[in-house]
Design a protein. Structure first.
Length: 760
């Protein structure tokens, strides 16, 4: 094994193959031999069993294995020019191949090659002409013709044909040939293995060299499967080693220990004594875990997950009080100003007298909760900034504005982040820079994250979960309402009216703000339009979020806040109902006023975008109507409906959609209606989407990112890799003895993915 092999995987393809042949490869993002070898086939065509033409879909770029039935050249009288039409068959169905040219002569080469009876691979985009599916100007490779000798042709024809993600300029067989050109001369010694030999042995995996051979030049199915297994493990292992390094680095950092106050007055014990309820077992257990970590001289790095209403805020507040008792300050970061303001109110409310430190009537050892947001009046903000800087405020709540240079803390000891999404290590670092020692970190999320996703995406955090919902909740009933059925719609609004008449409140959620924009809400406030860690892309809208129009949309425009608010105001059944609106494009002060009016009960029905999604807590709100519900992802809908049924009264959620019964979106809505278990839903949601959506757009299109690993499916692989990585890092904390692995991490993780992981 040698790193300075003459056949380094960093060899540039344009040097190796020449500029022109390398150009179409570069377009596919393949610039080095390593890139090329890690460009894995998407699937394998067995020349013995032909790919089914009958299931080809119009618009897809496909490759089929088929036999030529006929090929005829003719002149086109109407348009001028000439045309070659060939028909190929795979035994199940036929497909036309069409080539156009100015003159017949230009088509003769094709005609001569496409002899009836010859078999080959045909690739192109499927289109439809006069009810027949066809490939126009397909690329093709004929078995026994486009290979050097008849003998080679036979060998070739007996091999599985790898089908690569390809382009018109670089069709799959050209890619395969190029891979062979690069791979064939390489020996095991030329391809150093980043995975330590003992790990390979323990897991029964083959070498990287063998894996490349198996995946690119398999003779039989079990070979490429074996190759994939090794490469899949490698993806997990490299990522897990990166995360293990990060955990170990963090654990080695110094933090100020903030142990529980054992005697004398303490905010925490006073708070516990004043709680009007008893903590759930989960809250107690997680609380103890956190308390112990805060007492240690290394920074806590913990992710606290729990459904909306599971009582995370109380757990976080108890942690903050422990830190304040120990002479530190806590910062709570929320994704939006609305939520920051609400958190500040909630915390002050929960603390009561304890939050009136230094004020007349306040508890003698009390502290203060300071809210710092960008839109505060200058004088208010200045006072709060002073409280933060002097330490008078033990708890400082805000949005990203807390990260700005103007905010100082006297003794920052704990950072609590509400909703991890779009708040990353970079931001954490900025906050840390405001503290003497590294502050402890508690990240809270209401999006249930399946275990393996947590281990992959949040692998540098330890995870705690609140599974129980505190007693006294009445739960929520969810109904799917077909938008095409006026009687159902009328019944929905009548139900809403009943709730309002009973002194309760309702939300109406729309995907858009106005009828004449395509904008989904939330663009102006990071994190306001989805509380779902990027896990929540509506199925079919590949990565574009809820605003993406379906590709073939002849639906009416999506329901919009301003429009719907007007319509509802005119609705007989809602006469006299006080209607408010809330969306991300309102000025912050208006947003806050709208939320405050709803919280105070001055507004009965709030029409809004998904800005209300995360953490909003109005116990009297019992009904929610989601319009165009199919435009939202499962987790997001689950988050949304978590807004209602938070008090003693049962919640009602109506998912209005005009999706046909059989559509996948309709299935999703029904899944949602059938369970309130967030973990079950998160798993279902993940299964319905692609990995790229799960791990974010940052890593898609990059040949070195996760290609074979599926976070939801490959649980065992990820767990094994995590175990192996942890052991390796424990034995070699700097990876000094594993330079190749370190290089892989730098190349594959630290470069791009880590950035994503941090931002997630
Ligand atoms: P989360 O932040 O997880 O959404 P919260 O901490 O906001 O949940 O709790 C939701 C509501 O439940 C709040 O009104 C809170 O005061 C209340 N609550 C929290 N813990 C308990 C408990 N153990 N018993 C009863 N009510 C609780
Ligand atoms: Mg909360």
């Amino acid at each position: 094994m040698s790193i300075d092999s003459p056949f380094s995987l960093d060899e540039r393809l344009d040097r190796l193959l020449g500029k022109r042949p390398a150009a179409p490869l570069a377009k596919l993002g393949l610039e080095t031999t390593g890139d090329l070898l890690r460009h894995y086939p998407r699937r394998y065509a067995d020349p013995g069993t032909m790919t089914e033409i009958s299931i080809l879909v119009v618009g897809e770029h496909v490759t089929v294995v088929a036999e030529v039935v006929s090929a005829t050249v003719r002149e086109m009288r109407s348009r001028g020019g000439a045309m070659l039409q060939a028909v190929v068959s795979d035994g199940t169905d036929r497909l036309s191949l069409t080539f156009f040219a100015k003159h017949k002569g230009a088509l003769r080469t094709h005609e001569a090659r496409l002899k009836p009876g010859r078999t080959g691979l045909f690739t192109g985009v499927v289109s439809e002409y006069r009810n027949e599916r066809q490939l126009t100007h397909p690329d093709y490779l004929l078995h026994g013709v486009d290979v050097d000798s008849a003998e080679a042709g036979l060998v070739e024809a007996s091999l599985l044909t790898p089908i690569y993600p390809a382009s018109a300029a670089m069709p799959t067989w050209k890619l395969h040939q190029t891979v062979r050109t690069v791979l064939d001369p390489l020996t095991p010694a030329d391809i150093p293995d980043p995975i330590p030999a003992e790990v390979l042995e323990r897991r029964g995996l083959e070498s990287l060299h063998q894996a490349f051979r198996d995946i690119h030049v398999p003779a039989e199915e079990h070979e490429w499967r074996r190759g994939q297994k090794r490469l899949r493990y490698e993806e997990a292992f490299v990522l897990q080693t990166a995360l293990a390094l990060r955990r170990s680095e963090a654990a080695a950092l110094e933090a100020t220990a903030r142990p529980l106050t054992s005697d004398g007055p303490s905010l925490l014990s006073d708070f516990d004594a004043s709680l009007p309820f008893t903590l759930t077992d989960g809250q107690r257990e997680v609380g103890a875990e956190i308390a112990a970590e805060l007492a240690a001289p290394h920074p806590m790095q913990r992710l606290l997950q729990g459904e909306v209403g599971s009582g995370k805020t109380v757990v976080a507040l108890r942690a903050m009080l422990q830190v304040v008792d120990a002479g530190g300050q806590a910062a709570l970061l929320a994704p939006t100003e609305v939520l920051a303001a609400q958190h500040a109110r909630t915390l002050s409310g929960l603390l009561g007298d304890l939050a009136a430190g230094g004020m007349l009537g306040g508890a003698s050892h009390g502290t203060r909760v300071a809210l710092v947001t960008g839109s505060q009046p200058a004088a208010v903000k200045k006072k709060n900034l002073l409280d933060a800087a002097s330490g008078a405020a033990g708890i400082v709540v805000g949005t990203h504005a807390l990260l700005s240079a103007g905010v100082q803390f006297a003794e920052l000891g704990l950072v609590v982040v509400d909703e991890q999404h779009r708040f990353g290590v970079e931001q954490r670092d900025m906050l840390r820079a405001k503290a003497r020692t590294v502050p402890h970190l508690l990240v809270m999320t209401a999006t249930p994250i399946p275990r393996t996703v947590a281990m992959t995406v949040f692998g540098d955090l330890e995870t705690s979960t609140l599974r129980e919902i505190p007693a006294g909740r009445s739960g929520i009933t969810t109904h799917v309402v077909p938008a095409q059925k006026p009687a159902w719609i009328a019944r929905t609004w009548a139900k809403v009216r009943e709730e309002i008449d009973a002194g309760r409140q309702a939300y109406v959620v729309c995907p858009r703000i106005t009828g004449d924009t395509d904008e989904a809400d939330g663009a102006d406030e990071p994190g306001s339009d989805d509380g779902t860690l990027g896990l929540d892309v509506p199925a079919g809208a590949s990565g574009a979020g809820a605003s993406a129009a379906p590709p073939t949309s002849n639906r009416r425009p999506l329901r919009a806040v301003l429009e719907v608010a007007e319509e509802l105001a005119d609705l007989e059944v809602l006469r006299g109902v006080r209607i408010g609106i809330l969306h991300g494009q309102m000025p912050p002060a208006e947003k806050e006023a709208a939320m405050a009016a709803f919280t105070a009960g001055d507004v009965d029905l709030l029409v809004s975008t998904t800005v209300i999604e995360v953490g909003v807590d109005v116990p009297r709100a019992t009904a929610m109507v989601v319009l165009d519900a199919d435009r939202f992802g499962l987790s997001q809908l689950h988050q949304l409906r978590g807004r209602v049924g938070r008090g003693a009264d049962a919640g009602l959620c109506f998912l209005v959609s005009e999706m046909a019964e059989a559509a996948p979106a309709s299935t999703r809505l029904k899944t949602l209606a059938s369970t309130t278990d967030g973990f079950e839903l998160a798993a279902a949601d993940l299964e319905m989407r692609s990995e790229g959506d799960v791990l974010g757009a940052a890593q898609s299109g990059r040949s070195t990112s996760l290609q074979l690993l599926r976070v939801v499916r490959d649980t065992a692989v990820i767990e094994q890799a995590r175990e192996d990585a942890a052991a390796l890092v424990a034995a070699d904390p700097t990876l000094a003895g594993h330079p190749l692995l370190l290089a892989e991490i730098t190349e594959r993780v630290t470069g791009e993915r880590a950035e994503y992981l941090d931002r997630s």
